[in-house]
Ligand binder design. Sequence first.
Ligand SMILES: *[C@@H]1O[C@H](CO)[C@@H](O)[C@H](O)[C@H]1NC(C)=O
Ligand SMILES: *[C@@H]1O[C@H](CO)[C@@H](O)[C@H](O)[C@H]1NC(C)=O
Ligand SMILES: *[C@@H]1O[C@H](CO)[C@@H](O)[C@H](O)[C@H]1NC(C)=O
Ligand SMILES: *[C@@H]1O[C@H](CO)[C@@H](O)[C@H](O)[C@H]1NC(C)=O
Ligand SMILES: *[C@@H]1O[C@H](CO)[C@@H](O)[C@H](O)[C@H]1NC(C)=O
Length: 617
Amino acid sequence: MTSGFDLILSAILCFGCNATDPSPQGQTTAVVISVNGTDVAAVSPDLNNNGNFEIYRTKRENMEKMRQYVNGNHFRIATIEDYPLSYTQKKADGTVVGAGVSFELIDFLAEKFNFTYEVVVPQGNIIGSTGDYKNSLVELLYDGKADLAAAFLPLLADVRIKCDYSTTVLDEGEWIMVMQRPKESATGSGLLAPFEFWVWILIFISLLAVGPIIYVLIIIRNKITGDDSQQPYSLGHCAWFVYGALMKQGSTLSPIADSTRLLFATWWIFITILTSFYTANLTAFLTLSKFTLPFNTVNDILAKQKHFVTPRGGGIEYSIKNTNESLSILSNMVLNNRATFTENENDTVTLTTFVEKYGYVFVRDRPAINHLLYLDYRYRKLISADNEKIHCPFAMAKEPFLKKKRAFAYPFQSNLSTLFDPELLNLVESGIIKHLLAKGLPNAEICPQDLGGTERQLQNGDLMMTYYIMIAGFVTSIVVFTTEMLFRFINQRQVGKNNMIIGANELQRSSNFRLHGWAAGRTNHRESLGNRLNEGIILSNVTPPPAYASIFKHNKNAVVDMNKWKQAVSKNKDESKGVRRLINGRDYMVYKNTNGINQLVPVRAPSATLFQYSYTE
Ligand SMILES: *[C@@H]1O[C@H](CO)[C@@H](O)[C@H](O)[C@H]1NC(C)=O
Ligand SMILES: *[C@@H]1O[C@H](CO)[C@@H](O)[C@H](O)[C@H]1NC(C)=O
Ligand SMILES: *[C@@H]1O[C@H](CO)[C@@H](O)[C@H](O)[C@H]1NC(C)=O
Ligand SMILES: *[C@@H]1O[C@H](CO)[C@@H](O)[C@H](O)[C@H]1NC(C)=O
Ligand SMILES: *[C@@H]1O[C@H](CO)[C@@H](O)[C@H](O)[C@H]1NC(C)=O
């Protein structure tokens, strides 16, 4: 008994060799035997512990009988199309062979126990469950048309009345959702992203409110202090100041009173902080934005009543339709036609039609999804070598839609399970099944949620907001312009009416001129200029001279203009007539001043116009 612990240890280490030892006389020193379904202590035959040893011996004899029964035997193995876990291929001679992870396991068993098998496929390619056994895999087992179902079958409570699952669980299946990859900046709202909706609303409100507040405060201050050194700014000026400061533009307002200055400074500080937050947050948003899917869990699907598609007769369908399963909360969605159960075995077709075209969510188990997306990725890579956006149009949710243990299934009371299940357990425990599931896939994650890696260039979509702002700005200014014109027109008419009382002639001229000015094309421009010039001179003493170039052009109109101008000038000033002279190689106009002194005005230099203007003033 000194080596009790060693015995246990060696028993655990040699667990596999017990079942796999082909020689019936093999002197085993220690075994683990299964009593009533549970592994119990290591027992050495040498110890001759009577009861347990008997159990061990009968078990071993049974195993031996089974081994002989299986050896050279031929079985019918049922399976369903569930790439890559189990699927069938038609050979050239018409025979159907099984493939996929399940059949790698079956082939291993076949080689080990020396049996042969044929593959039978249910007509409906469905697993079968309550109310849905017709043409199903479970029906094949139940009717004795198959000795074993080699497929990764989710353990469903309802199905246990029709068949037995293998005691060895192959893996825990995870069904996940695949959907269209959402655009990184949803509908170009990137520029609005730094602030929440309510922050924007409050900024807008403060923009509208602060101008009038400052306006009122200045008035109140002046009233209270009786000091009028601080002129009260108009409401328009205050509003314009607030808006200008928000845009980080200056304002010509320079308040004198300290309290008013503080008012202004407060707004500036507010704006400084606000804009630096905005800038910083926008940068962060554009560079580090966390990528989130619209649907991550079953609850999202349920809450948003999202259409989804999943294979017909699979674990998801029965988990929804069977009353005691975890997904039965979705059964109302089936009634509302939100759930589609596709009979198409080609996942690529399902992906391109339902997900890409209609925007459905596709629910499938993980190995299938991984293979599907990898295939899709390679296909898209052929289409476009370097545009990474095109390679991964789909994204997977991280959270599983459903988790269920999966196993093979036997008909009721099949004795094959005693032989096969321990072998399968060895394969599971050694990690071979995990390895097989990932076979043919790259180590790197295919199309991860966050594509990252490359710097994100801003796309047109991101800048959509700026375009909208531009359009909105132009439209607003056009509207404002129109109203300005409207008001001007209305005012004009009122002015006209007033003038009518004074003199009908004046009315005729002024309204004629204005209307004319709007309607006049280029051809009439000069004429109207002349009119304006005349009126200007008549109405006031400010006499802007005609365009510099036009003075000296020997153009008929220009000469007329010039003459008119000269006349106008001479009317106001004393008789002064300019004569063009060439003095020292330069052109001058020589004018006679009021006091009789000649004044030279250079005519070529650009400054001449200025000079002329100040002179004629
Ligand atoms: C095994 O089950 C049988 C009957 O089901 C019971 O009589 C026996 O005590 C059980 N043995 C152990 C070790 O639990
Ligand atoms: C196993 O079951 C089959 C029928 O299902 C039977 O023919 C066979 O004899 C059984 N083998 C053993 C060893 O019990
Ligand atoms: C394996 O089975 C075949 C019949 O299918 C038989 O001829 C052969 O002897 C068996 N091999 C062993 C080692 O039992
Ligand atoms: C669901 O479970 C309840 C209690 O566990 C049981 O009474 C009922 O028969 C089950 N329904 C089905 C369809 O199995
Ligand atoms: C699935 O459909 C696609 C496109 O229709 C086709 O290229 C592919 O070969 C099909 N796959 C299988 C396994 O039939």
